[in-house]
Design a protein around this ligand. Sequence first.
Ligand code: PMP
Ligand code: GLN
Length: 382
Amino acid sequence: MSEIVSKLPQVGTTIFSVMSALASEHNALNLSQGFPDFPAPQSLLDDLNRHAQAGRNQYPPMSGAAELRQALAELIKRSYQRQVCPDREITITSGATEGLFVAIHTLVNPGDEVIVFDPAYDSYEPAVTLAGGHCRHIPLAAPDFRPDWQQVVDSINPRTRCIIVNSPHNPSATVFSQADWLQLQQIVIDNNLFLISDEVYEHIVFDNHPRLSANRFEALAQRSFIVSSFGKTFHCTGWKTGYCVAPSALTTEFRKIHQYVTFASFAPAQYALADMLNHQPQHIEQLGAFYQQRRDRFATALASSRLKLLPSAGTYFMLADYSAISELGDIEFCQWLTQHAGVAAIPLSVFYQTPPQSRIIRFCFAKQDATLDQAAEKLCRL
Ligand code: PMP
Ligand code: GLN
């Protein structure tokens, strides 16, 4: 029998599955994979049930439920003062993961290069590889993880096709400034590139930092696939519902691929999310404060620990340097921490092509107060 030739020979099981399985095996508090341990809003669950009971269980339109695309266009107008056409510029996807995969396949042809910043979310590179492209990794360094835009310019060559950015950033919890966005816009225009902007944490920013998005920069948005997810915003990561905003010509190509990857995603969730956006706008307005309070509770509870916490400006993640506790590498340390201290975290090095010599791990603080307090108590004993 002939053998399968792996298209992704370097790829194993994602760190998120590995750490969550280890956490459950050892009954550890799971601060590794990013998901809330509290419920989605009750009204959202009621709406989901109502739409399913009302029979909205057949295929929604390939581009997504019209109600949801309309509600998103209004959200984008409210949040970023940008008018987008719900029919021609918004597509509902099966999570941001599908949106990113399809955007990458829309843009990348064999031999093309894609610039990514390390630490990079783990789904980008496999998608680029499957499209026949290559990632050019630009490393960002702790503690501020700021891109050096001159280095970006220096990395561009005739094969460069697009740049992938993620702000607020997983795992570093940093957020692009206005100046970062403006420099990025200039580079994309000057070099005739495209942008894939992964904005799944778009509404989770702290300390009164403005909510920025590629949607705020019109000339950039004209060359962008802006991908986001309802999972982070509405505490329902398992619903795997997201969306992609792109100019009409780009959306047309995007949908040619989307229609043969999933065609459409779970219908009742789309109608329920439209209700949520229309009737509970305060949920998004309060989301930054909601998570800032959790960030601060966790940081305060860890103040007497030997972990050195790095600043978290957005997302629901926080990095911590454990050099004062252990000399283990971060992967081994995360295994040890899960097995012996009862707290699971994610090593930072797995998000790099060339891992730095740091001892840094990522905690997810999208957790109930009791979970955060118990985890901090265990970590303070180290
Ligand atoms: N991008 C980033 C940076 C993420 O952290 C995640 C998810 N957790 C995703 C994309 C994927 O989002 P989704 O779960 O909606 O597919
Ligand atoms: N994005 C989530 C995280 O960073 C994990 C998503 C997944 O497990 N695929 O933890």
